[in-house]
Design a protein around this ligand. Structure first.
Ligand code: KQY
Length: 373
């Protein structure tokens, strides 16, 4: 039986690997709630199925679905994809799922953070979130991985690591009073060091303009290699994103990572602002306690929200003139991987994108069987 551990990953010699390190597979959750996804989540289900099929070209994929959606998901998902039953409140496994860790011997463990739907009763995005909060534990139990369960609220999309001792995050999210208000900045840094196995925390101020997650870094600025980050950018000084990205660029210019390296910053120009149409907003159910969607609302569209699989990068496209340049930049940054672009608008309508709906599991010392997973 997998154990619940009361030590810390840092003390036990475990660390969160970088996303480009080898995976045994990728986990996803299946969308179905009609107060976040339009038209009863049917367009989102097709979008998630396209993401899963693209990732499956690079590594095994498991999609967790509620009992009532099993047959529907099995029908829409590529036969190569494993489908397992799991209850959840929504479908953002980056945030409610576990953070997987490895040690030098290739043993895999996980951190089962506390989850409060991006802010709980202080601006959280839906209520309740009790089933989401169980997803980390359930996935780790399925994988028979020992589990750390700190009393600490954290979403996986709010952190990004280089696998060599550095994590990057935002003050807007981690220092927000709706996450861990009883902890100081120093105590939060200590939690990150203890549970991600890092030695250095890099703080940006904010994330993408109007990101409903309170500025998740995975939509804004991520490691693409040790010592190198990619940053959402705009040349339009009248766009509110300009000031946020320019301030981040200033901070990044003065930072050193855990190994003492300065950071090389790759700017990735954002798409044109993406606004919810009246037709899209009309097809989302209004439920008290869930963030409402209004026509004209600007969504936090960003090309940075891509997933790094073993052999491929799965990146959002927005039917925007900058799509091709974004894909070209990713191809240059990840020369060993094929870039697969998947339409990101339907996922964005729910509040996130491809990285937010995925969670990588490191290979560690495990081997992938001929049948995959
Ligand atoms: O971007 C993410 N990491 C999740 C967004 C959740 C939005 C819920 N409506």
């Amino acid at each position: 039986m997998p154990k619940l551990l009361s030590t810390t990953p840092r003390a036990d010699g475990f660390r969160m690997p970088a996303e480009w390190e080898p995976h045994i597979g990728c986990w996803m959750l299946w969308p179905e709630r009609s107060d976040n996804w339009r038209r009863g989540a049917k367009p989102a289900q097709h979008a998630f199925a396209a993401v899963a099929a693209a990732i499956a070209q690079g590594e095994p994929v498991t999609v967790c679905v509620s009992p009532g959606q099993y047959i529907i998901a099995r029908e829409l998902l590529d036969p190569a994809i494993r489908v397992v039953e799991m209850t959840s409140n929504d479908s953002w496994i980056r945030d409610c799922g576990p953070t997987f860790l490895v040690n030098d011997e290739g043993v895999v463990r996980g951190v089962d953070w506390k989850f409060n739907a991006w802010g709980g009763l202080l601006g959280g995005l839906y209520f309740p979130w009790d089933q989401d909060d169980l997803v980390g534990e359930k996935v780790l139990e399925l994988e028979r991985d020992d589990r750390y369960a700190p009393d600490f609220i954290l979403e996986g999309g709010s952190i990004d690591v280089d696998g060599e001792g550095t994590v990057i995050t935002t003050e807007e999210c981690l220092l927000n009073e709706n996450r861990n208000p009883e902890l100081s900045r120093e105590q939060i840094e200590q939690m990150l060091c203890d549970y991600l196995g890092v030695q250095k925390v890099l703080w940006l101020a904010k994330g993408v303009y109007l990101d409903e997650t309170d500025g998740h870094v995975d939509n804004f600025c991520r490691f693409v290699a040790p010592g190198e980050v990619i940053l959402t950018w705009t040349e339009d000084k009248s766009d509110p994103q300009y000031e946020i990205s320019a301030e981040a660029l200033d901070r990044l210019a003065t930072m050193r990572d855990a190994k003492g390296r300065p950071l090389k910053v790759h700017k990735l120009h954002q798409p044109d602002p993406v606004l919810i149409t009246a037709e899209e907003a009309a097809d989302i159910d209004h439920v008290p306690g869930t963030l409402p969607r209004q026509p004209g609302d600007r969504l936090a569209a960003s090309y940075v929200n891509f997933y790094i699989a073993n052999d491929v990068i799965v990146a959002p496209s927005f039917d925007d003139p900058r799509d091709a340049a974004a894909q070209q930049s990713l191809a240059e940054l990840f020369p060993g991987r094929r870039i697969i672009a998947v339409p990101g608008r339907e996922i964005l309508l729910g509040g996130g994108n491809i990285h937010c709906i995925t969670q990588q599991e490191p290979l560690g010392r495990r081997v992938i069987s001929a049948k995959g997973r």
